[in-house]
Design a protein around this ligand. Sequence first.
Ligand SMILES: Nc1ncnc2c1ncn2[C@@H]1O[C@H](COP(=O)(O)OP(=O)(O)OP(=O)(O)O)[C@@H](O)[C@H]1O
Length: 218
Amino acid sequence: MIEIRNGAKNFQSNQVFEKIDLVFEPATYYTFTGPNGSGKSTLMSCLLRQTALSEGEILWCGKDTLATNATYAEQVFGINDSIGWLPGLTVGNHLKLMEKNSKNLPNLLNQELLSPEEALEELGVPQAFEKEPYALSSGQEQRARLASLLVRPASYYFLDEPEKRLDAQGVEWIAHWVQSRVEAGAMVCIATHDPVLNQIPGTVNISFPLEGSGVEPR
Ligand SMILES: Nc1ncnc2c1ncn2[C@@H]1O[C@H](COP(=O)(O)OP(=O)(O)OP(=O)(O)O)[C@@H](O)[C@H]1O
């Protein structure tokens, strides 16, 4: 379980949210929805520990995430705009690195992992294996990013607008993936503007701006 207690985040005088308490339980699907600029990506970056909360704490199984550093990094996986591609490497190179690293990670939910080739095939972009990401269309590139979900084990996911640039079939793929991971016991949280991803049965919606933030979207 991941818990935020009394969380606040500001960028100088811009108070994005404050005094928030949230819990992310296993085997549950959450969505972050709300207007542009209401703080969805910022909270997700905090949960992925790409940026620190200004106040409050994020607990992992009841303990501060700093104290459980390695376990958190192993079990929590995410995709957002802050995660880029290394220049000069193909998509296949990236996924192979991830596959190699994954062998050292505990696979707590006995996830059936795919090879990079299989994962790209599943996402409908087998040709991406040999290509550098910039040589793909923006939707193909997003599909290549999503392939990482099939190569690496995790039990908690934070995905920021994974449907971005995807066609309708791609969005359906995400919806099916969400359902299968949640059934397997994973927590999946998606920030989205897409109605399909917000209407998956069992969705727990968290609406932004968050209550207690007192902040107007901008
Ligand atoms: N690195 C940053 N430095 C300064 N301000 C930032 C930074 N990142 C976000 N902000 C500000 O934080 C606020 C919330 O932005 P955020 O990206 O979290 O919104 P969002 O709900 O994800 O929006 P969208 O739907 O457009 O993706 C905005 O006012 C934005 O300008």
